[in-house]
Design a binder for this molecule. Structure first.
Ligand code: NAD
Length: 344
């Protein structure tokens, strides 16, 4: 059999990759601890019906590495990790499954702290918490999405200042894709700041609400890339910045919450060449993890907002450095993270 972790393209000096199996509950999971230089690795637990074990390995390696970068740039005292449970989140969930995961985390002794993610919920995490304290985001103080939205808003303000040399959002047009937990709250803030919203979603009720409450103009899902806007705000899907959309975007700024916005890394340079200022996704969308981290470390809740607002300052530095050095913002953001988590 060929090795498939060390030579997997997403393997990047991960400190530890643990395969967990617990036959009684049927748990099959993989925990990847990417880097703990800044503190215990933190990142969510994804449950997904992976087509193969190799696909699960790819996902956990990629996502755990991403958490190291996100947590480091956000200035949090934590490293990066992730776990995946192989199974169908609609049919395979039991309390015993999550308790078994909790036991596995306990055996890791705190090197990895989990939280909810795609396919898992605060209720599932409550079962994990039966067996370990190495679990965050139990929902005790609510949904972290409003903090993600705040981070996006201050990030957009920093982008507007850098790119358009303006301090105000008044009259700017924002093409916003996805009016979900983060997108709607972000839209609300943009509207309050005087921006005009053009929105797309597959959820008719969300669109109707945005039209009614925020005066938003609604466009078909696929037309959002063609809107004559100042800002494109992707808040739904990943990989929306790709060779197909790049030629269509009119906006001079990309500032949204979605994860993995660049379909491939080279799109960062393509955006730069087109004169589009990209707020790197893992920098601008860190508000939620900041909130969850504060809760887990019992740091004062009153300080969360100020920390989230620092996302604007971080982005301003990333934009300035990218301009100085003639590099894509995505590359500069990676370097800022690496300077923090890679020991000298
Ligand atoms: P959500 O599921 O609440 O919202 C997603 C919205 O996108 C929904 O309204 C959905 O109907 C809409 N949508 C789905 N397909 C669409 C399409 N083709 N075109 C337009 N709209 C579409 O999710 P969320 O929590 O608001 O997160 C949004 C994005 O931000 C996700 O990519 C998520 O990974 C990322 N993110 C979220 C957080 C957080 O705190 N929730 C933190 C970091 C990153």
């Amino acid at each position: 059999m060929t090795a498939f972790v060390f030579n997997e393209p997403n393997f990047d000096a991960h400190e530890q990759v643990v395969f967990v199996s617990e036959p009684k509950s049927g748990l099959k999971a993989i925990i990847a601890v990417h880097n703990t230089h800044l503190g215990p690795a933190m990142g969510g637990c994804r449950m997904w019906n992976y087509a193969s074990e190799a696909e699960a390995v790819t996902d956990v390696l990629r996502l755990s590495r991403g958490m190291t970068y996100k947590n480091a740039v956000a200035g949090l005292p934590i490293g990066g990790g992730k776990s995946v449970i192989i199974g169908n989140p609609k049919t395979d969930k039991t309390p015993a499954l999550f308790e078994a995961l909790g036991e596995a985390l306990e055996r890791l002794g705190g090197r990895y702290v989990t939280a909810e993610d795609v396919g898992t919920s605060p209720a599932d995490m409550a079962h994990v918490a039966q067996k370990t304290s190495f679990v965050a985001g139990l929902g005790a103080s609510g949904d972290p999405s409003p903090f993600t939205a705040l981070g996006c808003f201050v990030g957009a303000q920093a982008a507007v200042k850098h790119q358009l040399k303006r301090d105000s959002m008044e009259g700017l047009i924002v093409a916003l894709q996805g009016l979900g937990h983060v997108g709607y709250d972000y839209a609300r803030r943009l509207h309050a700041a005087g921006a005009k919203l053009v929105v797309a979603d597959i959820d008719q009720a969300a669109l109707e609400r945005a039209r009614r409450e925020l005066g938003a103009e609604v466009v078909p899902v696929d037309s959002i890339y063609d809107v004559q806007a100042d800002i494109y705000a992707p808040c739904a899907l990943g990989a929306t910045l790709n060779p197909n959309t790049l030629g269509r975007l009119k906006a001079k700024i990309v500032a949204g919450a979605a994860n993995n916005q660049l379909a491939t890394a080279d799109i960062g340079e393509a955006l730069r060449q087109k004169g589009i200022l990209y707020a790197p996704d893992f920098v601008i969308n860190a508000g939620g993890i900041i909130k969850v981290c504060y809760e887990y470390l019992s740091k004062p809740e009153a300080d969360v907002e100020a920390h989230v607002r620092q996302i604007g300052d971080t982005l301003a530095e990333v934009f300035a450095r990218a301009e100085r050095e003639g590099l894509p913002t995505s590359v500069v953001a990676d370097r800022v993270a690496e300077q923090r988590f890679k020991p000298a």
